[in-house]
Write a protein that binds this ligand. Sequence first.
Ligand code: ATP
Length: 237
Amino acid sequence: MAVMEIKNISTFYGNIQALHDISISVEEGEIVTLIGANGAGKTTTLMSICGITPVRSGEIYLDGKNITKISPHKIVEMGVSQVPEGRRIFPQLTVAENLDMGAFLRNDKDGIKQDMEEVFFLFPRLAERRNQAGGTLSGGEQQMLAISRALMARPRILLLDEPSLGLAPLIVQHIFEIIKKINEERKTTIFLVEQNANMALKIAHKGYVLQNGSIKITDTAENLLSNEEVRKAYLGL
Ligand code: ATP
């Protein structure tokens, strides 16, 4: 059974249809990426999954349970953690306090402590800065913190909205290496939304190409990287 199954969803903003009958399936242990240009509907897809922008038709399943009409906070409780575009960490709180916020639904103190140490092992830069205010971190460090905070919830699925946005190429590369490591070592299932198709397809198992609110192509990431249409339109080759 898929961890997340999106079945034929359509989402509207007033009269404007942003998503047209979209279907996406994410299996346990996979990194699945949704790539597409500006305005294709990537963020809308994430907002629909999280219950923030309600869908007009279709269904979304998490571990076989229909979550389509469930409230956003319940969806979080059920194991969907999102790292939103623009990161949105708590700037006044320290790194450690931000991580604690990510575990707010848990009360296993030892487990939380252990996960925090694991996160610090994954991101030594955050360990060095554990008592520093989040708002004083660099963009790349804030992205690391936002991903770490989401991991502190021990999610069934981690949703990432354009983690590369606004970051220098070397930092993007580092962030993507760590996303891959999180998937391989922690076995976290990941749904990665990206405009940077090249980077996303290099670490993903499977990809969906979104164009004007519709899925145009679905294939393994490997095949998409060599697909002529994808290369021309999304990889700039
Ligand atoms: P980007 O990479 O620029 O964030 P995206 O692929 O995430 O793009 P969306 O933000 O999902 O795209 O937008 C999809 C479409 O829905 C766009 O045409 C956008 O103008 C429209 N849209 C998004 N949010 C709203 C809103 N709150 N009200 C009306 N239309 C919206």
